[in-house]
Design a binder for this molecule. Structure first.
Ligand code: SF4
Length: 331
């Protein structure tokens, strides 16, 4: 007789009423002197209870305005690190320590340091520009940090006689080469969510919705950007839809949860998330949802507030990363 197979997967958390959880979180925030910062890609219910919502740039700036002694950052690990770097005196908690980022992981600091060394040995005169989706260790190795919102402006600050090594997102780098006219050495990284948008799906959905406007994040591959009407980060998308009074259908090529803040600020429009590539069975998978962001749940926000962990601890190299973040994001 064969023995039954015992699943190794972690048991899912028992159901808890979201409204009760929100009340509990509210009470814990007061009790623990805490504020919640939530990225546009986390679940809408977490965004609804947050003190600040935004993209990476806005939240990095918002973090410096927080008055409470504790910050809960609902997002992914590198964002928690950036918050600690900007606010070293505060306790920074994140709901799930394993909420990583495929893009940040595609550029390990040791590999970047080795590649920079190789370029220097060849006599290349360059600045390294990193997208904010990188670990703090990588941030400490670069000259500039950009977000999709300020990349153009920062790249204009790199002296003309310098080459640019752009890490880690090859698609954003290629897009920036186009809009700034600067040649760049591109690190071959990409985001698992934006990488999979299907051009065929986008064309099909656009045909089915005449007059619709395609908005795409610059982390999307070039073939998606080429047929998009608006290319920009999440904050630019938000401002764009707010500026249009006439009800419009927007086809949105970025993480699907972004629809929530768009609906909040401009409910007159219709938003259709672009699905990811089709599986061999012809079904569209939910790969336009970031699995790392999805690790943030109301339960985990409550638990980390209640337990005071997981906490982002200060590391020595945060100091160097801070100098780079300061001159890139705050000046
Ligand atoms: S959507 Fe992509 S870039 Fe953003 S956190 Fe998820 S894996 Fe990283």
């Amino acid at each position: 007789m064969s023995l039954p197979v015992i699943s190794q997967s972690a048991p899912s958390a028992p159901y808890e009423d979201p409204l009760d959880l929100m009340d509990e979180i509210d009470a814990l925030k007061k009790q623990k002197d805490a504020s919640i910062l939530a990225h546009y890609y986390v679940d809408g219910e977490i965004q609804d209870i947050a003190d600040f919502t935004g993209d990476s740039l806005k939240l990095a700036r918002d973090a410096t305005k927080v008055k409470t002694s504790t910050i809960v950052f609902a997002g992914v690990h590198f964002m928690g690190e950036s918050t600690k770097i900007m606010c070293p005196e505060k306790r920074v908690l994140i709901p799930d320590l394993h909420a990583g980022c495929s893009l940040a992981d595609s550029c390990p600091p040791e590999q970047l340091a080795a590649f920079q060394e190789q370029l220097r040995a060849q006599g290349r005169n360059f600045h390294t520009v990193a997208y904010i989706n990188t670990s703090a260790a990588v941030k400490s190795l670069v000259d500039w940090i950009v977000t999709s919102g300020n990349a153009r402006e920062i790249i204009d600050r790199v002296p003309e006689d310098k080459e640019i090594l752009f890490v880690p997102d090859q698609h954003l780098g290629r897009y920036l080469m186009e809009v700034t006219g600067r040649k760049m050495i591109l690190w071959p990284g990409s985001c698992m969510v934006h990488e999979v948008f299907s051009i065929q799906d986008l064309i099909r959905i656009r045909k089915a919705n005449p007059g619709s406007v395609v908005m795409a994040h610059p982390e999307c591959p070039q073939n998606i950007l080429e047929i998009s009407d608006v290319v920009g980060g999440t904050e630019k998308m938000r401002k764009h839809v707010m500026g249009i009074a006439q009800p419009t259908t927007f086809l949105v090529a970025t993480e699907a949860t972004m629809i929530h803040p768009l609906q909040r600020v401009a409910p007159q429009h219709t938003y259709i998330p672009i699905p990811g590539i089709m599986s061999s069975s012809g079904e569209t998978c939910a790969c336009n949802k970031c699995p790392h962001m999805a690790r943030n749940t109301l339960q985990k926000v409550r638990d980390c507030l209640r337990d005071g962990s997981p906490e982002i601890e200060w590391k020595d190299y945060f100091k160097t990363a801070r100098e780079v973040l300061d001159r890139s994001l705050l000046q």
